[in-house]
Write a protein that binds this ligand. Structure first.
Ligand code: COA
Length: 174
């Protein structure tokens, strides 16, 4: 890959390999209650958590050659992320290996279709590049934006653990 060239481009967005420069963007988003409301225990991330997630994202890229993507708009501003993590049989929550995706968009940019555009491009690219046979995503039932986004991308609910819904998308045949 050419350094700094986007991993994938969409009509309005560039998705770039997660890099050290994205730490501050992650810290800013993870500090917002409305962003983390349905993530983990629903509380903003402390510095140690931000650093650990960031480092894990960098390590995933080094280990697997793909991973988290930073979402940049046409002006080049960081406006969100798509998390991408390989999950083993024991980790996926669905009893088979899968690649798990998640997505955050900065609240100022919500409702413009960025989340669907970014996550959809990542889904297409993971399958097209042969990086995943099956995707899994987890969302809180009350997180209607997330549920709708997954539905639009073709994810199908698999099972739920309390309010946490696991949804799956299999690689299209052919
Ligand atoms: C989930 C999230 C990424 C959606 O981003 P977005 O760019 O606003 O999404 P889109 O504009 O592509 O819209 C996706 C769907 O959600 C709906 N939606 C957007 N904001 C919404 C809101 N505040 N309440 C209800 N639905 C909403 C949209 O209408 C759209 O559905 P539709 O096409 O059927 O109308 C964004 O809300 C977010 O970052 N939330 C915080 C982080 C998070 O919860 N991530 C998911 C963890 S599982």
């Amino acid at each position: 890959m050419i350094p700094n060239s986007p991993w994938v481009r969409t009509e309005r967005l560039e998705l770039r390999r997660w890099a050290p420069e994205h730490l501050e963007g992650l810290r800013a988003l993870a500090a917002l209650p409305e962003v983390v409301r349905y993530v983990g225990d629903g509380t903003p991330w402390d510095d140690a958590t931000v650093a650990a997630k960031h480092e894990a994202a960098l390590e995933h890229w080094r280990r697997s050659g793909f991973g988290w993507l930073a979402v940049h708009d046409a002006s080049g501003a960081f406006v969100g992320l798509v998390s991408v993590n390989e999950r083993s049989v024991g980790e996926s929550g669905i009893g088979v290996p899968a690649v798990e995706i998640g997505y955050w968009v900065a609240p100022a940019a919500w409702g413009r279709g960025y989340g669907t555009e970014a996550a959809g491009a990542v889904v297409d690219e993971l399958f097209a590049r042969g990086l995943a046979e099956r995707l899994v995503a987890r969302h809180d039932r009350a997180n209607t934006a997330s549920g709708r986004l997954l539905g639009k991308l073709g994810f199908v609910p698999h099972h739920a653990v309390d309010a946490l819904v696991y949804s799956v998308l299999e690689r299209p045949a052919g």
